[in-house]
Design a protein around this ligand. Structure first.
Ligand code: EPU
Length: 327
């Protein structure tokens, strides 16, 4: 999932009436208001930037303004100014994301400059929202800290992983999360203990705001043992998932006591294609971009997949992928 927002994204997204978009159709903001919203930003701003190069799917239309705040204070200032100018903000975090072809109105914020990691007493690690999970994993290994092995192979950022309570069969974010640093919709920086967050499968219900950082409670461990678990797990993923092709990770959530990949394969959809979007031959719960896939191709394909599974099994798959942007 991308670092991530979010000023609240769409929740359950069944496929019966087609995937729902979590960002409503919006008017293009006035250039003057956009400029006022980003005024004085110490980081970087790119107007009209195409988002395809910033998503793991390599798909996505333009952002009116793509912003890279320099640090948490810069992010807070941006949120305050955007509120004053009434410009919507979307935080680009993730790898479980599909940005539609017409892009996203308003400010799109990337936390890729928020990359600080520091050790705190009692095996606690604080990291900013833009830190990649692989980087965090390496940090934990270098300090012989155990508890994060489940995240081996998760490609997204810490912020995105917190927002969606990222996890694998080995574990999930809720097990290590101690507290979260948020920038709330008014731009205020606040720290929220994990006890105040409600977690469920691939979801953390946080107060509204942007995850700017998080404290993880790890434990002293044996470096070799940690490395062995991580390596085995990475090998398993490389063998079973199309990691070399652009994708957004798993498209559907696993239904209770079953696997979406198994159901999709059983419904005969492995390899199905719409344009350059294809149901992976390696793992049926991945859609891969063979080159020039558009968001519209992916959406048409996942609707076909959802329908096929429903017809064959009566099970309605729920989207794990977040679809955002202008319909
Ligand atoms: N399967 C098939 N055909 C396929 C793919 C899978 O029959 O094309 C079967 C497998 O043989 C296995 C079962 O489905 O019996 C489960 O497959 P797998 O072990 O690959 O795990 P998964 O449930 O499909 C989950 C997570 C992945 C995570 C892996 C590894 C979800 C929806 N998926 O996949 O997460 O990487 O476990 O821990 O929770 C993601 O969140 O983006 C993601 C890819």
């Amino acid at each position: 999932m991308i670092g991530e927002v979010t000023m609240r994204e769409g929740g359950r997204q069944g496929l019966t009436s087609g995937p729902r978009v979590s960002v409503p159709d919006r008017k293009v903001p006035h250039v003057r208001d956009l400029r006022a919203a980003v005024a004085g930003l110490r980081g970087e701003v790119r107007f009209g930037a195409s988002l395809h190069e910033f998503t793991s799917f390599r798909i996505g239309g333009p952002a009116d303004a793509l912003c890279f705040p320099a640090d948490v204070e810069d992010l807070s200032r941006l949120v305050r100014q955007a509120k004053t100018e009434k410009i919507p903000i979307f935080v680009l975090g993730g790898t479980n994301l599909l940005v539609r072809d017409r892009g996203i109105r308003g400010l799109v914020v990337s936390l890729s400059k928020l990359t600080a990691v520091r050790d705190e007493p009692d095996s606690v690690v604080y990291a900013e929202g833009g830190v990649g999970m692989p980087t965090l994993m390496k940090h934990a290994i270098s300090r012989s800290l155990t508890g994060l092995e489940w995240a081996a192979g998760i490609p997204g950022t810490l912020g995105g992983s917190v927002v969606m309570n990222a996890g694998t069969r080995l574990g999930e974010m809720r097990q290590v999360l101690k507290a979260v640093r948020l920038v709330d919709p008014k731009g205020k920086i606040l720290d929220v203990p994990a006890s105040a967050i409600w977690f469920s499968y691939r979801r953390a219900k946080l107060p509204r705001g942007i995850v700017a950082g998080a404290w993880l409670q790890l434990r002293p461990g044996n470096r070799e043992q940690i490395e062995t678990v991580v390596k085995e797990y990475l090998h398993h993923r490389r063998d079973t998932q199309p990691l070399a092709q652009p994708s957004a990770g798993c498209v559907f959530k696993n239904p209770p006591n079953d696997a979406a990949g198994r159901l999709i394969e059983a419904a005969g959809m492995k390899g199905a294609r719409v344009g350059d979007a294809q149901v992976s031959e390696k793992h049926a719960n991945f859609v891969v971009n063979l080159g020039r896939a558009r968001a519209a191709d992916v959406i048409a394909l996942i609707k076909q997949v959802g329908r096929a599974v429903e017809e064959q099994t009566g099970i309605t798959l729920e989207l794990e992928l977040k679809i955002v942007g202008q319909p």
